[in-house]
Ligand binder design. Structure first.
Ligand SMILES: NC(=O)c1ccc[n+]([C@@H]2O[C@H](COP(=O)([O-])OP(=O)(O)OC[C@H]3O[C@@H](n4cnc5c(N)ncnc54)[C@H](O)[C@@H]3O)[C@@H](O)[C@H]2O)c1
Length: 367
């Protein structure tokens, strides 16, 4: 097992990464130091509960363990599920020393974190992420949220977990698309901060596609290290943390226009990164060959690199621009982009040429 620490003073926490962490005895050992009382509320969904819930219940058999199953899918990361989870905490008479454990992917983790942040003004919270995307991204860093019908993640809080437990064995159960979607976020870390990671990914696509245990341990740990380092420097996204959104301004618009569910988040981020790299190249910031290297890597990892496939018809340029305007990264009415200067270095850019943006969007939306 490897441990990465998120260095946030009194809110610092460990991310434990390894194989077999969900075995009951190991789990008990890892969870116990972080449990403040005798109650635990596991927030999960039916699918994940069936796969791994029993291990968690066995590990904590000496405590009051209640389980709230939300419905599966992004469409249920909403205020209705949030209220139902709170109802369950109230009905089971949980008190301030309870601990919320998120057992599932990013949808469960984001919702459970927001429940923990707000129940009785905040109770302890542990993340047990079970998708690759949640292991390398959403479980670390303390962004919690639910969606509003007019925008993704519009209602939420910054709220750090007490610990994150990543068992790499759970990834064997993931459907292929979900697995690839997680790889997209790992590629993102290479682009924003680590050219060596990027080159390593290029050299090990076969192992990654085969879900090789050693390769996964390596890339999950490196991704968590980069995310932990960025979050420790800028917890509330006043500056540097925005680089984690590389590809997301385009990606969220793609996701939004196709209707939530058509694209997986990581798939939309993959194509969003290709668009951001193309925009960077068109502005003369990034050599076109580097933008191609990115698209080639994503393609080799079985991720989408254009807008075909997941939606019946391509979005229009104006639709994309307006959908990007809904993004939270908009500041004072001007879009902000995370653009690549090289593989391994990105900048936050507000001053860009709007005509070039339209031109780049046209390439993706019309061909
Ligand atoms: N908080 C953050 O910083 C942050 C960062 C990135 C993404 N997110 C959010 O994360 C969400 C996406 O998360 P996701 O990609 O994990 O999707 P998800 O939570 O919907 O999980 C994907 C699917 O996999 C299933 N599943 C989970 N673990 C499994 C396993 N081990 N085996 C088989 N099936 C399993 C789930 O039930 C679900 O059907 C989005 O809502 C996104 O906004 C948040």
């Amino acid at each position: 097992m490897r441990t990465v620490n998120v260095d946030l003073d009194d809110r610092a926490y460990p991310i434990h990464i390894g194989s077999g962490l969900l075995q009951a005895a190991r789990l008990r050992e890892l969870l116990t130091p972080h449990l403040p009382g005798k109650q635990v509320m596991v927030i999960t969904n039916e699918r994940v509960n069936t796969l791994f819930g029993e291990q968690l219940r066995t590990a904590l058999s000496n405590l009051q363990v209640d389980v709230f199953e939300m419905q599966d899918g992004e469409a249920h990361k909403n205020l209705t599920s949030y209220a139902a989870a709170l109802d369950s905490l109230m009905a089971k008479r949980h008190n301030r020393t309870t601990c919320v454990i998120a057992l599932g992917g990013g949808v469960v983790g984001d919702l459970a974190g927001f429940v923990a942040a707000t129940f009785q003004r905040g109770v302890d919270f542990i993340q047990v992420p079970t998708t690759l995307l949640s292991q390398v991204d959403s479980s670390v860093g303390g962004k919690t949220a639910v969606n509003h019908p007019s925008g993704k993640n519009m209602i939420g809080a910054f709220y750090q977990p007490r610990a994150v437990l990543i068992d790499t064995d759970v990834l064997a159960h993931l459907p292929a698309r979900e697995y690839a979607a997680g790889l997209a976020e790992i590629v993102k870390y290479g682009v924003i901060a680590d050219p060596e990671l990027f080159a390593w990914l290029q050299a090990h696509t076969a192992e990654l596609n085969a879900r090789d245990a050693g390769a996964l341990q390596h890339v999950i740990q490196r991704s968590c290290e980069i995310k932990a380092e960025v979050v420790a420097e800028d917890e509330r996204e006043h500056g540097r943390r925005a680089i984690l959104n590389f590809g997301h301004t385009f990606g969220h618009a793609v996701e939004n226009l196709a209707g939530y569910g058509a694209w997986l988040h990581g798939e939309a981020v993959a194509v969003g990164m290709v668009m951001a790299a193309a925009f960077s190249a068109a502005l003369g910031r990034l050599p076109a060959t580097e933008a191609e290297r990115l698209a080639d890597l994503l393609n080799a990892l079985q991720l989408p690199v254009n807008l075909h496939g997941a939606q019946a018809q391509l979005p229009g340029v104006d639709d994309m621009i307006s959908a990007m305007g809904m993004d939270k990264k908009v500041k004072d009415g001007r879009l902000r982009f995370i653009l690549a200067d090289a593989i391994g270095a990105v900048s936050v850019v507000e001053d860009y040429d709007a005509a070039t943006l339209r031109q780049v969007l046209k390439q993706f939306c019309e061909s």
